[in-house]
Design a protein around this ligand. Structure first.
Ligand code: PA5
Length: 448
């Protein structure tokens, strides 16, 4: 059984059961195509069977190597962008304590990120921060040529080599990249870095269950066996659940497309637990990059409640009615915290005395959901009992499969990202990358 539950009670005012049922054949057909690897982008379907195929030797090696660098580092820097860092960050942020910052009592290293932006101050301050820390670097790039990651790694490599000497630096670098191609693979082979391979048939945003996600998550001290177990349970459940209405990936992907066809072109993922912020970022990348093409696609947005009820909440309640919401709900907090009674009751909150904060949060969630439904915002609810490795693993696999089915329903290839090239070619021209001279001339005319 799986822990994840999907509730569509919040969409019944907007979508009938009959409308959902119409999608049954299509959902099943696309799922079959995914399993048989016969649909668009079928060369990137390696993630489908990954939870079953990950062998113990690889998982044990990741645990051993990650444990080694974690043991000798106050800080582990994960250098990567897009699918090469978001999955790891989503899991790590969800699992770690809010104020846990490495090397406290937990003896876990602090995980920080680089190469996911080009901000000079960010990287300058990162290097300064690392000056007096023992640290290691995990550099992740499937293509091995991504500019942001390559610049960050160049900076970190030079810093590491200055600090530890070349041989010392070498033992503190792990490269995760393609088996054969790309500058990072060449460098890793030449320098003799410890290296892991990203399978050819797994694209960046579907790669969290490869070393791309598993290595940093293990280095942060979390149980990757349980994460994989969660994904495996979800995969088995979705494979064997042929009954349409009982298969949450069929229903979620169908409802998204029905709502989209009714003009709900924005999907907001809402969470009430700030540690799910990056899970929503990962989800945004997965769906946005997979579906937003050919002038089509639901625009994925995320909010953190109740924080954003004092911000975007106004728009969600009364703005343009083009939104539906997917709530990522957690049944239980890890800790209990009672609201104290106060003899003076200065704020009038004694009616909550003795109740826990989670009770108020869950009532805020229920109340908000009802308000949004009344405001013509359909609400899909996905809930897990608790945030832990297993539930995160379930969510990863659930969203990946739902995204693939949903993308096929939209009739796009959910595994490519041709639109990403546009910014790259302009940036390459403007930074003077050899081979981009003609574009540079063209752009220079347009830039004041
Ligand atoms: O999902 C994707 O394919 C992208 O978001 C990539 O992960 C991202 O562009 C980073 O690419 P690379 O791993 O080649 O550096």
């Amino acid at each position: 059984m799986i822990d994840l539950k999907l509730s569509i009670d919040g969409v019944t005012n907007f979508v009938t059961r009959e409308e959902i049922k119409i999608f049954e054949n299509e959902a099943k057909h696309h799922f079959q195509n995914i399993q048989d690897k016969t649909g668009a982008g079928n060369e990137f379907l390696g993630w489908v069977d990954l939870p079953e195929q990950l062998d113990d030797d690889l998982i044990n090696k990741i645990k051993e190597d990650a444990g080694k660098i974690a043991g000798e580092s106050d800080v582990v820097v994960v250098a990567g962008i897009g699918g090469s860092y978001l999955g790891a960050k989503a899991a790590i942020e969800a699992l770690q304590g809010y104020f846990e910052c490495g090397n406290g009592d937990s003896k876990k290293p602090q995980i920080v990120y680089a190469g996911h932006n080009l901000a000079e101050d960010y990287h300058y301050e990162l290097l300064n921060y690392l000056d007096d820390k023992d640290y290691s670097v995990v550099v992740i790039s499937k293509s091995g040529t991504t500019t942001e990651t390559a610049i960050a790694f160049r900076l970190l490599k030079a810093h590491l080599e200055k600090k530890y000497g070349k041989p010392g630096a070498k033992s503190r670098i792990v490269a995760i990249t393609d088996a054969q191609k790309g500058a990072l693979r060449e460098l890793a082979d030449k320098e003799g870095y410890s290296a892991y391979t990203i399978p050819d048939d797994v694209g960046g945003r579907y790669s969290v269950l490869t070393p791309v996600g598993l290595f940093p998550i293990a280095a942060a001290g979390y149980d990757i066996n349980k994460l994989v177990e969660g994904a495996r349970n979800m995969r088995r459940f979705l494979l064997k659940t042929d009954s349409f209405f009982d298969n949450p990936a069929f229903i979620y992907s169908s409802i998204r497309n029905i709502l989209y066809n009714k003009g709900k072109v924005v999907e907001i993922m809402a969470q009430y637990q700030p540690n799910l912020f990056y899970l929503a970022e990962w989800w945004k990348q997965l769906f946005g990059e997979s579906e937003g093409k050919e002038n089509k696609g639901i625009f994925p947005v995320s909010v953190g409640f109740t924080t954003d009820l004092h911000s975007l909440g106004q728009y969600i309640q009364q703005g343009k009615r083009i939104i539906f919401e997917t709530v990522l709900s957690v049944d239980k907090s890890k800790k209990k915290l009672n609201i104290p009674r106060d003899p003076e009751n200065f704020d009038g909150l004694n009616f909550l005395g003795g109740k826990n904060v989670g009770f108020v949060n869950s009532m805020a969630e229920k109340g908000t959901t009802l308000a949004h439904i009344e405001g013509e915002v359909p609400v899909v609810k996905l809930s897990v009992p608790l945030i832990n490795e297993k539930s995160i693993g379930e969510l990863f696999y659930f969203f990946q499969l739902s995204c693939a089915i949903s993308g096929y329903m939209l009739d796009v290839n959910p595994f490519d990202q041709p639109g990403v090239e546009a910014y790259k070619s302009n940036m390459f021209a403007l930074i003077g990358k050899p081979g981009h001279e003609a574009r540079m001339k063209e752009l220079k005319k347009r830039i004041k």
